[in-house]
Design a protein around this ligand. Structure first.
Ligand SMILES: O=C(O)CCC(=O)C(=O)O
Length: 280
């Protein structure tokens, strides 16, 4: 794993504050992620998966977990290089909110409607949007296979109301249209191991996978320690600052890839967030 030097982090924090997101190219190499890549059934469902409806009648697939075990995915969310980036952009020690895999099978028409993550997290009683997500490409992520689009500067708008969009959920479309027209959008294409870190109020969306290859991203979300949800979370979200693991913990010594991970069942745990949700 390449070293991440202070000037790179400073530039990243500047970008994040200015436009609401920043890239870290080759945060991991494909070799660093090889065991995770091998463990995923790239053409089909990932472990613990469920789907949420989108506005066009599609079902967007993902797996989510909050408890971090000693397995590979439990360690990934606690790695020093991840936690230190989240801490740098949030500006204080962070706790783990949740981690997920978000994937699009080859030739599927599902999409993520325009939304801010904080729109949903606010509904769990979190007072401030001092939260971020780090997305890492597990496959190449391209326009053809459904890369995210982000709206630069949208984090400055503040929270937008979440509204029903067909069977799905997303940010109020009137505000989205205005922000897309005034700020434009940026396509977020990633090579395997590249990362993008984005603010919880940054508007984002992604389109269908029209390619013959799957599109998979790991996403870790983090919250400022001083910003806990109002009620104890039904998902068991953490409230203590993460004690980071050395980066080598990703490649050495873990007992399994997913063996200690308890995947969230959103229907059982009251976390459907208004989406029409199905277990896979
Ligand atoms: O996977 C994607 O394209 C976006 C996922 C996303 O926006 C989310 O999980 O909130």
């Amino acid at each position: 794993m390449r070293p991440i030097a202070r000037p790179e982090v400073d530039t990243l924090v500047d970008d994040y504050q200015r436009v609401g997101f920043a890239y870290v190219r080759q945060l991991f190499t494909a070799d660093d992620l090889a065991s995770l890549i091998d463990a995923l059934d790239q053409g089909g469902a990932s472990p613990g998966g469920f789907s949420v409806a989108d506005s066009q009648g599609g079902q967007q697939e993902l797996s989510v977990w909050t408890h971090l075990g000693n397995d590979l995915v439990g360690r990934l969310s606690r790695l020093d290089r991840i936690v230190s980036l989240a801490t740098a952009v949030v500006g204080e020690p962070v706790c783990h909110w949740h981690s997920k895999l978000s994937w699009k099978r080859p030739g599927t028409d599902t999409l993520w409607d325009w939304h801010q993550d904080y729109g949903f997290w606010f509904a769990e009683g979190v007072a401030r949007p001092d939260m971020c997500t780090i997305a890492v490409a597990v496959t190449p992520v391209t326009e053809a296979n459904g890369a995210m689009r982000l709206v630069p500067g949208s984090q400055e708008h503040g929270r937008i109301e979440v509204t029903q969009l067909g069977e799905g959920q997303g940010s109020d479309p009137t505000v989205v249209t205005e922000l897309v027209e005034t700020h434009g959008t940026e396509l977020c294409e990633l090579e395997v191991g590249d990362a993008v870190i984005f603010h919880s109020n940054t508007l984002h969306a992604s389109g269908p996978n029209r390619s013959g290859q799957p599109r998979t991203m790991w996403m870790g979300s983090y919250n400022a320690v001083s910003n806990p949800p109002a009620e104890p979370s039904p998902a068991g979200r953490a409230s203590e600052a993460i004690d980071p693991l050395p980066d080598e913990a990703l490649v050495n010594g873990w007992p399994s890839v997913f063996g200690e991970t308890a995947f969230i069942d959103p229907t059982e745990q009251g976390l459907t967030q208004g989406y029409d949700t199905k277990l896979l």
